[in-house]
Design a protein around this ligand. Structure first.
Ligand code: SF4
Length: 384
């Protein structure tokens, strides 16, 4: 039942925040993405490295195993590096008397009906449980603090090993190599158990029955019902219907209201337009709209033939100047060691991004003051 249980740990933030979502999603197809397949492969390689610690095989056999992974269409050399570093990270949690459990299937039904989950890596050292989760995504940074999926896995682990270990502290780690993100959060085992019993369990029961209110938020991003969800649409549209104070121009406070909601509204607008487009391509006629041929760029009918013909006719100046390869391609071309020896990389300061003040990143430091750089427009200048 695990893989197809209604309430999965990976979607737990969603069904916890919006309890009817899991049932609503049932009406929409569950498609597997390339990113998910890529993540599965990265996990399998990480698992192989960790198993080499628990059940080592001779180097030759291990190499053969890695060679198998290399045959996968989504395999990239950097995956091996990330998986090895991930395993190194997990093993760095081990002390002399620690136990390592890799890809452990956990029964979560004490808290969530019909739910099972698989943790990537568990290290138990006397009274400390260290749980690590490899995230191979590179789109959205994942944090450990209050992470629902990890809390569920931790509860499952406490239940699974409660006879053997007297765990007091639970540490949860996110290892997300493609976003340079390692994040750790800690909670007392008794506090977590209390949360599981008193908060999680009743929410999970509501979600299992499809009860409660649909509540939009950034958890809607991967909800399969988002294109048709009325609560999400209402959230987006209520802003448009709002009576703003000034007749013509928005005040700073009103602009901030729009800005604060733009992420969820963008999720909704994109979901609706993706859904309508996919249906149109599948043959559905939408009143007032039609499918047309979009813009396309000119291409050579036969590039090699064109080149030959031009050279034959005396045209020589037909090539772009030679350029240095991009960083990834250059490392691949000359090899990792020479790359480290001869290539110096710098990381330029990233462009400023405006995020909620709860974000853990430090405040952006301008070379000059922000006003000198960008020259803000004062609210009074516009409204008075
Ligand atoms: S789109 Fe958001 S509000 Fe609507 S059902 Fe899904 S999670 Fe709930």
């Amino acid at each position: 039942m695990g893989a197809h249980a209604l309430l999965s740990p990976s979607s737990s933030k969603r069904w916890f925040e919006c309890t009817p979502s899991a049932k609503l999603e049932l009406g929409f197809p569950d498609t597997s993405s390339t990113a998910a397949e890529e993540g599965t492969l990265a996990h399998e390689i990480g698992e192989a490295f960790l198993n080499q610690h628990n059940h080592p095989v001779p180097a030759k056999i291990f190499k053969l195993k890695l060679d198998e992974f290399k045959k996968h269409t989504l395999y990239e050399d950097v995956m091996l590096e990330h998986a090895e570093n991930y395993a190194g990270f997990v093993l760095s949690k081990m002390r002399r008397n620690s136990y390592l459990f890799v890809e452990t299937r956990l029964d979560l039904t004490k808290y969530v009906p019909e739910a099972f989950g698989t943790t990537d890596a568990i290290v138990i050292d006397d009274k400390i449980l260290d749980l690590s989760d490899l995230k191979y995504g590179k789109g959205v940074k994942v944090f450990a603090e209050d992470n629902m999926q990890l809390k569920l896995y931790a509860l499952g682990t406490l239940e699974e090993y409660r006879m053997e270990f007297d765990i007091e502290i639970v540490r949860m780690n996110i290892y997300q190599p493609r976003m340079n993100n390692i994040d750790t959060w800690e909670i007392g085992a008794s506090e977590l158990l209390e949360w599981g019993e008193n908060i999680l369990k009743p929410r999970a029961e509501m979600a299992f029955k499809g009860e409660g209110e649909t509540i939009p938020g950034d958890h809607c991003r991967f909800c399969r019902a988002k294109s048709r969800c009325k609560a999400l649409a209402t959230y987006g549209l209520e802003l448009a219907k709002k009576d703003f104070v000034q007749p013509h121009l928005l005040s700073d406070a009103e602009l901030m209201e729009v800005y604060g909601k733009q992420e969820v509204i963008s999720i909704w607008v994109k979901a609706v337009s993706d859904y309508i487009f996919a249906q149109a391509v599948a043959g559905k006629e939408w009143k007032g709209f039609k499918l047309v041929e979009g813009k396309s760029n000119r291409v050579f009918k036969d590039a090699a033939e064109t080149e030959k013909l031009l050279l034959k006719n005396g045209f020589k100046d037909i090539y772009t100047p030679k350029q240095l390869l991009g960083i990834g391609a250059l490392e691949k071309a000359i090899g990792k060691k020479p790359f480290q020896e001869h290539v110096i990389l710098i990381k330029p300061k990233g462009a400023p991004a405006l995020v909620p003040d709860t974000d853990s990143r430090a405040k952006y430091e301008f070379k000059k003051t922000a006003a000198e750089d960008f020259g803000p427009v004062e609210e009074d200048e516009l409204l008075n």
